[in-house]
Design a protein around this ligand. Structure first.
Ligand SMILES: NC(=O)C1=CN([C@@H]2O[C@H](COP(=O)(O)OP(=O)(O)OC[C@H]3O[C@@H](n4cnc5c(N)ncnc54)[C@H](O)[C@@H]3O)[C@@H](O)[C@H]2O)C=CC1
Ligand SMILES: O=C(O)C(=O)COP(=O)(O)O
Length: 532
């Protein structure tokens, strides 16, 4: 696996990858866009921070790319949707720099309130002035946190430690979270109109871009203090500049900018403004946080290499961590069923239905469905299909994908049924887990019971005495050992569906001989990679 690192990432994390003999790691900092485009085609993984824009042109040039690993939280520099359409996994490190960012927001706020930056410059310049640097206390002030997620939550508790009256606005969190943090959850409007200090901690999205603009600034209290250590653009920078000039806002402290490095006139004026405390996106720049995020993304890459679940993939449906151990065997079952079924259907798939019965149906089964879909489509299209792009590929092919659930199960406590329809034919396979191991319990409308094995032979013929003997003789003559056999039939001497597990592969000539000897109406040797 070839990995390119394009932003500064802590060596402690990269060491995990460098020690792995399967990995070739190239640290290439400060590349120009064109240089990166010209070499990215060689790499399987790119490790970045906010300094690299992973956009459509880069992803198009990255023909071998499997993963974008963002050593930090924000992925607004990554075109996640486009990466998904190409089957490229996007992972981030959502926890490692939380504390660092929260402490930086507090550092910015305190620096502004106590004129630390100005007084520092003054004293270093040889002056001994005190009165011009008289500041504000946090105690007793009303502080509003917009976005009560990981960073916002930590900022809220720290503001409370400074004896602020803290309120927060976040329409997406449970009320319990605010309650547990001891923070009153209010509307954005209330934060805007009533707070002395406002600090934003949301991601930058279409919804949060310009969330604080001219109108909101006009509605704020005179002398409000504003902090942005989240993302440039959540607070409109032009409007901010005006509000600073007009005196409406006492001061602001920003770590992040809509353009990094900043180059526009507005940003130059904002950065130079005497009422602004500014830092060049340092929120995550602590030694601790950098080691954390580097180790986290490196571990994710190693998980991927080991074909283990990637915990923080942003574009792969996944189970709740608490359900993962319970659900993992069903992912295996689904992959085996998909592997089996896809070998039985012809071209032009029209519809695939994933049915879940029993207690399994109480859970969100999306990861199982998507994993099954990927396994099915992978056998049908050139492009590599994985859990990232399976649904998109199915949509593109016009295949209808449906999920059906019923908590009532006929015979098994849990069962998965895969129904594939295409070119006038319909194939159905049902499976369950027996002591954690996949078993097929239904094929078409035949009740069966067998364990899927690597080499199998499936055939249907009119049931009559002596058939099994004939099959056994032919296979024996060709030195193919039968491991097990299962027969399903609806009635005595009716059509029988027979599945044999074999110790080795059966050649087309042998298949023809068995077919002729049994007058099989259907015969198909199967090779199950997933059952190896
Ligand atoms: N300056 C820096 O170096 C760093 C910046 N960050 C940035 O800080 C921000 C927060 O990061 P985390 O707390 O880790 O993310 P998070 O995902 O844990 O929290 C974000 C919160 O914002 C809320 N939110 C989303 N839309 C909202 C809206 N319209 N109104 C109110 N709340 C809304 C979400 O519900 C969520 O609770 C992100 O933008 C992240 O990129 C994070 C780490 C370092
Ligand atoms: O993790 C985040 O969202 C950050 O803003 C940190 O960005 P950085 O890794 O320092 O470029």
């Amino acid at each position: 696996m070839k990995i390119i690192v394009t932003d500064e990432v802590a060596q402690e994390g990269l060491a995990l990858l460098q020690q792995d003999p399967r990995v070739q790691l190239d640290v290439r900092l400060g590349l120009k866009k064109e240089e990166l485009y010209s070499i990215i085609g060689d790499y399987d993984v790119i490790i970045t921070r906010s300094g690299t824009t992973v956009d459509k042109p880069l992803l198009d040039a990255a023909t071998k790319l499997k993963m974008v690993a963002r050593a930090g939280v924000g992925v607004d520099n990554v075109d996640v949707d486009y990466a998904s359409s190409k089957g490229v996994i996007v992972v981030n490190a959502p926890f490692g720099n939380t504390n660092s960012a929260a402490e930086h927001a507090m550092a910015l706020l305190l620096s502004f309130c106590r004129n630390v930056t100005k007084a520092n410059t003054s004293l270093k310049g040889g002056a001994w002035k005190r009165a011009p640097f008289t500041g504000y206390e946090l105690k007793g002030r009303k502080a509003g946190v917009i976005g009560l997620g990981k960073v916002g939550g930590r900022v809220a508790t720290r503001l409370k430690a400074f004896e602020c009256d803290v309120i927060a606005c976040d329409p997406y969190i449970a009320e319990k979270r605010a309650h547990d943090l001891g923070v009153r959850l209010v509307t954005l409007d209330e934060v805007v109109k009533t707070c002395d200090i406002i600090t934003v901690h949301t991601p930058l999205t279409d919804e949060t871009r310009d969330m604080i603009g001219k109108k909101e600034l006009a509605a704020m209290k005179e002398g409000v203090i504003i902090i942005n250590a989240a993302r440039g653009g959540i607070i409109n920078e032009e409007a901010m500049l005006e509000a600073l000039d007009s005196g409406k806002v006492a001061g602001a402290a920003f770590d992040v900018w809509s353009q990094e490095p900043p180059d526009s006139e507005t940003l130059k004026k904002l950065i130079g403004h005497e009422k602004m405390v500014v830092t060049p996106h340092l929120g995550a720049n602590t030694f601790e946080a950098q080691v954390n995020v580097a180790v986290d993304v490196s571990r994710e890459i190693i998980h991927y290499l080991n074909e283990q679940p990637v915990d923080n993939a942003l574009n792969i449906p996944r189970f709740d961590a608490s359900l993962m151990d319970q659900m993992r065997p069903y992912l295996t079952l689904m992959n085996v069923l998909a592997d089996f079924a896809i070998q039985l259907v012809g071209s032009n798939l029209n519809k695939i239905t994933f049915s879940y019965t029993g207690s399994l149906a109480q859970h969100d089964c999306t990861p199982i469905t998507v994993s099954g879909l990927a396994a099915l489509l992978n056998r049908r299209v050139e492009q590599e299909v994985n859990m990232v792009n399976a649904q998109l590929v199915a949509d593109r092919m016009g295949i209808v994908v449906e999920e059906a659930k019923s908590s009532q199960s006929e015979a098994f406590s849990n069962m998965i049924t895969l129904t594939i329809e295409g070119s006038g034919e319909k194939r159905l396979i049902s499976g369950t887990l027996f002591e954690g191991v996949p078993r097929v319990v239904k094929l078409r409308d035949y009740q069966m019971d067998f364990r899927p094995e690597e080499h199998m032979l499936l055939l249907a013929y009119g049931d009559r005495p002596g058939m099994i003997g004939r099959i056994g003789t032919i296979l024996g003559e060709h030195d193919i050992n039968i491991g097990s056999m299962n027969l399903g039939r609806r009635e005595k001497k009716g059509e029988a569906m027979v599945i044999l597990s074999l110790d080795s592969q059966v050649s087309p000539e042998v298949v023809e001989k068995v077919k002729a000897a049994t007058d099989a109406t259907f015969i198909k040797p199967l090779y199950l990679v997933t059952a190896k």
